[in-house]
Write a protein that binds this ligand. Structure first.
Ligand SMILES: NC(=O)C1=CN([C@@H]2O[C@H](COP(=O)(O)OP(=O)(O)OC[C@H]3O[C@@H](n4cnc5c(N)ncnc54)[C@H](O)[C@@H]3O)[C@@H](O)[C@H]2O)C=CC1
Ligand SMILES: O=C(O)CCC(=O)C(=O)O
Length: 451
C-alpha cells in the first residue's frame, strides 16, 4: 500500500511521527496501515490531552526486536533453517504479552503490525499486560509431529533468554496451539531448570493451562458481537452467520453462535470456502479438520454444501465473523456484504478487514467490531492464566467464562464510551477502541517518564 500526502495527519506532531514511520521501514505495509488508523483515531484525544503528544513517536517504535536463526533437522536428516522473531512492542502496562505465529507469511512487517495491535488490545482488556508478538516463517502443516517438536525446541532455545513471567509471556496464535506451546514451554523449563508456568499461556491443561483458553477468542468475539447487535435491538437468535477460517478461533466462534440460536451458513480455510444455508455441522467440520482434511473434504460429506475457491462472505448473511487471517475482506467483499444486507461484522482474526473495506462497511451502515476489541477474549483469558499461575490456583470453566464475558463487556464499554467522547458517535467502535487503548497506554508511559 502506498500513502500520498493527502493521507497525512493534520496534527503537526502526528504528521512527523507518520513520516518517521514511513521513512524508517518503507516496506512495512501492514504495520503502516495499522499505525495510520491509530493516528487517525487519536487526534481528538490529543486535543483533550496534549500532555500525551510526546508518547506517540515512542509508541510507534517497538521497545525491542529480537530476530534469530531457527536450525532444525527434518525426518530425512537434512538440516533446515527458518527465521524466528519476538517483537517486544510496549511494556508500559506490564510484561509483554502476545502470541507466537508459525506461518510462511511471517515477517517483521506482519509481526510489527500484530504487536502494535496487541499493545492496544491488551490495554482494552483492563488488565496489566504490555504488548508483543512473535513467531517464525515456517509452515507447520508441512512438518511431521516429530519435526514440529524439534522445531519448537530449537525456537524455544533462542527465545528462552528473552521471556519470563515478569518479562514477556508468549502464547499461541495461528499455527501454534496448546500442543506447540507445551513443547516450547517444555524446552524453556529444561533450559532454566525450574518451573515457571507463568512464562507461557495457552499451555495444555495438565501443565497449568487455563480452562477455556482455547475457546476464549472465539467465544469472546461472539460475546462482543452480541453487545453490538443489542445496540441495534437485534440478537444472534435466528441470525445467519458466516465464520471464515476453520481453526481455533473460528471453530469456537461457530460453537458459540450455534449455542446462541444462530446458524453458521458458511466457513472457509486457506484452500477454499463452503456455503451451507441449512447450517454447518461444526462437530463434523472439526473432525475433518482434525484429520488434516479441508473444508472441501467436509463439504463432500454433506448433501447441501457448495464449495468455492472464493471468499466465504459473498453469500447472504446477517452477521460476518472473519476469523481466519489479515486482509480477507477487501473492498469487493465488503460491497457484497453491504449489498446482501449484512447487519454486523466483528473481527475474530487480527486485521481481516482492510481499511478500504472498513470504510465501505461504515458507509453501508454495517456495524463494525474491530479486532483489537472483538478478539481480546483470548489474551484476556491468557492474563487470567497468568493470575492462576501466580496464585497456584485452578479456576473452573464457569468461573473463567464469567470473567471472560465481563472482560468483553468492559472492552465494549471502553470502546463505545471513547467513540462517543472523542468521535461523537458511540457506534464508531474502531476509533473508540483505538482511542481507549491509546489513553491507557499513554497514561502509563507518561507516568514512567521518558523511557
Ligand atoms: N488463537 C488465538 O487465541 C487468537 C487468534 N487471533 C487471530 O485469529 C486468527 C486465526 O487464528 P487461529 O484460529 O488461532 O489460527 P489457526 O491456525 O488455528 O487457524 C487459522 C485458520 O484460518 C485458515 N486460513 C488461513 N488463511 C486463510 C485465508 N486466506 N482464507 C481463509 N482461511 C484461511 C486456516 O486454514 C485455518 O483454518 C488470526 O488472525 C490470529 O492472529 C486473535 C486473537 C487470539
Ligand atoms: O493470549 C495471548 O497472549 C495472545 C493472543 C494473541 O496472539 C492475540 O490476541 O492476537
Amino acid at each position: 500500500m502506498t500513502h500520498d500526502r493527502t493521507d497525512e495527519p493534520e496534527n503537526v506532531v502526528l504528521r512527523e511521527v507518520w513520516r518517521d514511520v514511513l521513512r524508517r521501514d518503507p516496506h512495512q505495509a501492514f504495520f503502516h496501515a495499522d499505525v495510520r488508523a491509530m493516528l487517525r483515531s487519536i487526534g481528538p484525544v490529543l486535543t483533550e490531552h496534549p500532555e500525551y503528544t510526546d508518547v506517540v513517536g515512542r509508541l510507534c517504535e517497538p521497545e525491542r526486536i529480537i530476530a534469530f536463526r531457527v536450525p532444525w533437522t527434518d525426518d530425512a536428516g537434512h538440516v533446515r533453517v527458518n527465521r524466528g522473531f519476538r517483537v517486544q512492542f510496549n511494556s508500559a502496562l506490564g510484561p509483554y504479552k502476545g502470541g507466537l505465529r508459525f506461518a510462511p507469511t511471517v515477517d517483521l512487517d506482519v509481526l510489527k503490525f500484530l504487536g502494535f495491535e496487541q499493545v492496544f488490545k491488551n490495554a482494552l482488556t483492563g488488565q496489566d499486560i504490555g504488548g508483543g508478538k512473535g513467531g517464525a516463517d515456517v509452515d507447520p502443516k508441512t512438518l511431521s509431529p516429530a519435526e514440529l517438536m524439534r522445531f519448537c525446541q530449537s525456537f524455544a532455545t533462542e527465545l528462552a533468554s528473552h521471556v519470563g513471567a515478569a518479562v514477556d509471556v508468549p502464547a499461541g496464535d495461528m499455527g501454534v496451539g496448546s500442543r506447540e506451546v507445551g513443547w516450547i514451554y517444555g524446552q524453556y523449563q529444561r533450559l532454566i531448570g525450574y518451573h515457571e508456568p507463568g512464562a507461557f499461556t495457552g499451555k495444555p491443561a495438565v501443565l497449568g493451562g487455563s480452562a477455556l483458553r482455547p475457546e476464549a477468542t472465539g467465544y469472546g468475539t461472539v460475546y462482543f458481537t452480541q453487545r453490538m447487535l443489542a445496540e441495534q435491538s437485534r440478537d444472534l437468535d435466528g441470525a445467519r452467520v458466516i465464520v471464515s477460517g476453520s481453526g481455533n478461533v473460528a471453530l469456537h466462534a461457530m460453537d458459540k453462535v450455534i449455542a446462541s440460536g444462530g446458524t453458521v451458513v458458511g466457513c472457509s480455510d486457506s484452500r477454499g470456502s463452503v456455503a451451507e444455508p441449512d447450517g454447518v455441522d461444526v462437530d463434523l467440520l472439526r473432525e475433518v479438520k482434525g484429520q488434516g482434511g479441508s473444508v472441501a473434504d467436509y463439504a463432500g460429506k454433506r448433501s447441501n454444501a457448495q464449495t468455492s475457491e472464493g471468499s466465504a462472505f459473498t453469500q447472504e448473511c446477517d452477521v460476518a465473523l472473519p476469523c481466519a487471517t489479515q486482509n480477507e475482506i477487501g473492498p469487493e467483499v465488503a460491497r457484497a456484504l453491504v449489498g446482501n444486507g449484512c447487519w454486523a461484522v466483528a473481527e475474530g482474526a487480527n486485521g481481516p478487514v482492510t481499511p478500504e473495506a472498513r470504510e465501505i462497511l461504515r458507509e453501508g451502515g454495517v456495524a463494525f467490531g474491530p479486532g483489537k476489541a472483538a478478539n481480546a477474549g483470548g489474551v484476556g483469558v491468557s492474563a487470567l492464566e497468568m493470575q492462576q499461575a501466580a496464585g497456584r490456583e485452578r479456576w473452573s470453566a464457569e468461573e473463567v467464562d464469567e470473567r471472560l464475558a465481563t472482560i468483553m463487556s468492559e472492552a465494549y464499554d471502553r470502546a463505545r464510551d471513547a467513540a462517543e467522547r472523542y468521535h461523537g458517535d458511540p457506534t464508531d467502535l474502531e476509533n473508540g477502541a483505538n482511542a481507549a487503548g491509546f489513553l491507557r497506554v499513554a497514561e502509563a508511559m507518561t507516568a514512567l517518564g521518558v523511557v
